[in-house]
Design a protein around this ligand. Structure first.
Ligand code: BV8
Ligand code: ZN
Length: 256
């Protein structure tokens, strides 16, 4: 039985920096939703999707070739998300945003996740780099909707005389990110005092370049992840552990 890894202490230097911070940036990945029960991309898929890799399904080519299968995969993922709730890490980030506002500072939350759990936990200033699985976008006219005809297996656009197929309003591999969102994320990374990289394997570009941009801009960079990533060696503080455990303790140490 491997000994339960000792939960990392929160470095005093980080506490002081956060108390004095004016601009805090947070980048989250699938690991921030893991404790809510949302499988991460690195985990093997289960059930009938076991033999499919997300990278092979989350592409325009896959949708082109077999829109029904891609649509079913997203309906399966929506079903996984429907029953989950934000975890303690999501709530701690929402609290941190409010507490920083109280000290005339701001927090910008840049997320790679498409599950909407940060907003559900109360975070306001959220940049969705990769879109949101709870919205659809018409493949033809681009109309974005949050409600669509659930009965059919391949819903179509309801805009007048548009027959377009609906697709999830997410960014697929090979598609560019929404430019205005990406620009804001880059400006945030380059202009912050403290940059948190939480629950991301720092592999998917261009999101994966944001922590390095913060380092180049001489920000204090904090990583929260139970596993090492390509930036672990370079960050100011590498807190090895779960976001749902570390974040509430961090907020309590600074503001309680
Ligand atoms: C683009 C939405 C170009 C869809 C997603 C070769 C080299 C470099 C780049 C490329 C390349 N080949 C292709 C590319 C580009 C490609 C890319 O980066 N590929 C990777 C695989 C190499 N990028 C793109 O295609 C992007 N677009 O480049 O466009 C372009 C430019 C101009 C014009 C046209 C085109 C688009 C990328 C967006 C893809 N869409 N999601 C959907 O969800 O279905 S990405 C998807 O995967 C997720 O959103 C997420 O971002 C990513 C998975 O990453 P993570 O979030 O980090 O999750 P992961 O599972 O990997 O890791 C979880 C981590 O959490 C782990 O480290 C784990 O240890 C940790 N963890 C686990 N539990 C916890 C925890 N941490 C804390 N607490 C816990 N409890
Ligand atoms: Zn349409």
């Amino acid at each position: 039985m491997t000994p339960q890894a000792e939960a990392p202490t929160i470095p005093q230097g980080l506490i002081e920096k956060l108390r004095a911070a004016k601009r805090v940036a947070v980048l989250t990945g699938a690991g921030a939703s893991a404790e809510s029960g949302v499988p991460t991309f690195r985990e093997a898929q289960t059930g009938l999707w076991a033999e499919h890799r997300p990278e092979d399904l989350a592409t325009p080519q896959a949708f082109e070739k077999n829109p029904g299968r891609v649509w079913e995969w997203y309906e399966w993922r929506r079903s996984l998300i429907r029953d989950v709730t934000p975890n303690e890490g999501h709530y701690a980030l929402a609290r941190m945003e409010k507490l920083l506002a109280g000290q005339k500072a701001n927090l910008t939350l840049i997320t790679q996740n498409v599950d909407g759990l940060h907003q559900q936990a109360g975070s306001q200033n959220v940049l969705e780099l990769h879109g949101n699985i709870q919205r659809t976008k018409c493949a033809q006219c681009g109309n974005v909707a949050t409600h669509w005809e659930k009965s059919t297996s391949l819903p179509q656009c309801e805009q007048n005389n548009c027959e377009g197929l609906l697709r999830p309003d997410v960014v697929w591999f090979g598609e560019s990110l929404p430019l205005n969102v990406l620009r804001q994320a880059i400006a945030t990374a380059q202009g912050c005092d403290i940059f948190f990289s939480i629950g991301t394997s720092v592999l998917v570009q261009p999101a994966a370049s944001l922590p390095a941009m913060a380092l180049e801009a001489k920000a204090t960079v904090v990583e929260i992840n139970p596993n090492p990533t390509p930036i672990t060696e370079r960050v100011t503080y590498a807190l090895e552990g779960l976001s749902g455990d570390i974040l509430p303790r961090l907020v309590a140490r600074i503001w309680d």
